[in-house]
Design a protein around this ligand. Sequence first.
Ligand code: PGA
Length: 245
Amino acid sequence: MRIAVFDDRSQLAAAAADIVHAGLPEFVGRALGVATGSTPLAVYAELGRRAAEGTLDAAGLSLIALDEYLGVGPADPGSYQAYVTTRIAGPLGVSAERVAVLNGLADPQAECRDFEARIARMGGVGIQIVGIGANGHLAFNEPGTPFDSRTHVVRLSEQTRQDNQAAFGQAPVPQYALTQGIGTVLEARRIVLLATGEEKADAVARALTGEPDVSCPASALQRHPDVVVLLDRAAASALPDPVLV
Ligand code: PGA
């Protein structure tokens, strides 16, 4: 696991964009796995900027999202489908048929099963961008989720719902979501974990140090052979000895 700590978030975003940009040729025929939180927004903006200026050709890329709220449809502006369309696929010039996001309005069990098959049909994930929840969640896999889990329905923790309230304004955050399982996420060839802010510091420390444990789903990343972790100083502040690169 390589860990880099940055003084400012724009440097972190540029470094993450560099990792994706430089890594794409290694994983031709595989999708880019995209997290849909607030942390990677600056990374997608930077990738979009490179596409607009012509230094990055991402039109042939496929995109696979990690999760979606149950009951929230693709046309809902608060959906992760809308996020991927407007924040990633649009700026990168990726066409709709190359984008896979779980459908929050479909029959949940069938949708989870079909999504696993869809990932396989898209060639699997080459580079996967992930964030981490303040409670250590990975995608929407909350504490206690088995490391070998596949795409499934999850009941969101109160903390996760509170952390995501901003996206829903005054409306309640859905109680349930569909998410790739931890086992599904770990099948990506390379995983880039991004975390910023002091509120992530404890989760980052638990994920990266000590024995992997289901109480911190992101600690499963220690079992993956190719993980790059990009942190700002606040998110790294509870690590015993951050390795600066
Ligand atoms: P965030 O979400 O990037 O919005 O902090 C990360 C996560 O909950 O996994």
